[in-house]
Design a protein around this ligand. Structure first.
Ligand code: ADP
Ligand code: 5GP
Length: 191
């Protein structure tokens, strides 16, 4: 059976990764979104096992020790990791998987799975990025400043990605990501 494809969608906080992934997942039964594990506190409305698996530092450490992560990283002062088994078993079953992860995680996955498809979601400007994070209304001011100060560094990694999509108009950005996924699925592999 043909294996599923791994799509890594990455970029700074507030650029719209989650919004784009949600749209793609809702319209497509053949693609699964990996649910990450994190030590950060749930935000209002977030559900354990749906948005993330919310765990303690000790629980997170235990999964590291058991080699249970495909990748993990400290992002904006909290730990985040991609559970390995869930992703690999879906790929084995021929199901495509999206990882919505930060740039460190994306670069780690690129070393292990260069056959993955790496898509960077870029904000139209840093000013608009600030506006989006602030109007999302989920983070305190210190967290917002930390996320914005990381954004410029994260943008320096764009050239490492296979594709870059500017998320200015949301519908257009979703359409571009959708087309990239379609083209990559249809690409002939000669290995
Ligand atoms: P990320 O997952 O990258 O942190 P989100 O998907 O949470 O970002 O988006 C951050 C905020 O920006 C949300 O309030 C979302 O509704 C808004 N947003 C996303 N895409 C756009 C867009 N193209 N134009 C305007 N606002 C957007
Ligand atoms: P948030 O706290 O806003 O949900 O996510 C913060 C950042 O962590 C985002 O850039 C998000 O993509 C990233 N992230 C979420 N899950 C993972 C993961 O499993 N691994 C890594 N490396 N980053 C993740």
């Amino acid at each position: 059976m043909k294996k599923g494809k791994l799509f890594v969608i990455s970029g700074p906080s507030g650029t719209g990764k989650g919004t784009i992934c949600e749209r793609i997942i809702n319209e497509n039964d053949d693609v699964a979104l990996s649910v990450s594990m994190t030590t950060r506190e749930p935000r209002e409305g977030e559900i354990d096992g749906v948005n993330y698996y919310f765990v303690s530092d000790d629980e997170f450490r235990k999964v590291i020790d058991e080699d249970g992560f495909l990748e993990y990283a400290c992002v904006y002062r909290h730990s985040y990791g991609t559970p390995k088994q869930a992703v690999l078993s879906k790929l084995e079953q021929g199901i495509d998987v999206i990882l919505e992860i930060d740039t460190q995680g994306a670069m780690n996955i690129k070393k292990k799975y260069p056959e993955g498809v790496f898509i960077f979601i870029k904000p139209p400007s840093l000013q608009e990025l600030r506006h989006r994070i602030e109007s999302r209304g989920k983070d305190d001011q210190e967290t917002i400043e930390l996320r914005l100060s990381e954004a410029e560094k994260e943008m320096g990694l764009i050239d490492e990605y296979d594709h870059c999509v500017v998320n200015d108009d949301l519908d257009e950005a979703v359409e571009k990501v959708r087309n990239i996924m379609k083209e990559e699925k249809n690409a002939v592999s000669c290995n």
